[in-house]
Design a protein around this ligand. Structure first.
Ligand SMILES: [Cu+2]
Length: 151
């Protein structure tokens, strides 16, 4: 009987141990973009990135099958004009999160190969400076939803 108890508690420890469940990489949540009109050549992708690990991560590039190019853009204000600027690196420190959202940092897909339709999805790959990558699914949302995201 004690043996069973021991096994039972070992199993609990196994499944609950932070070392075991602790993620080795970044976690991506809720990636989305908005549907495009027929000739639209670029779109912005938004996603929440969580680093639950003990290490810092640096995203150094991105790619997607649906576009020629993918760049991480930040926002800079020059002479009261808001501009997008390519970021060579995006640091996500240990136990921190970064939100790619309208009006802020975003992933820009340029040279779209086809129109993005509401309800469809596609994959995007975030490549880290150590050569590893995270592939995530991006949901295409109806343009009417945009009002709910941007003030
Ligand atoms: Cu941009």
């Amino acid at each position: 009987m004690t043996n069973y108890k021991y096994i039972f508690f070992s199993l609990i420890l196994f499944f609950c141990s932070p070392l075991k469940s602790g993620e080795e990489s970044l976690t991506f949540h809720g990636a989305y973009t908005f549907e495009t009109f027929p000739k639209q050549k670029a779109c912005a992708v938004y996603v929440s990135i969580f680093n639950n690990t003990d290490k810092d991560f640096i995203i150094s590039s991105a790619s997607s099958d649906i576009s020629e190019k993918a760049e991480i853009h930040g926002i800079v204000i020059e002479k009261e004009i808001t501009k997008m600027k390519k970021m060579e690196n995006l640091l996500i420190q240990s136990k921190q999160q970064v939100f790619l959202q309208p009006g802020g940092i975003h992933l820009m897909l340029m040279g779209l190969k086809h129109q993005l339709k509401d309800g469809s999805s596609f994959d995007v790959r975030f490549i880290l400076d150590d050569g590893s990558f995270n592939e995530i699914k991006v949901m295409v949302l109806n343009k009417k939803m945009r009002e709910n995201f941007i003030e």
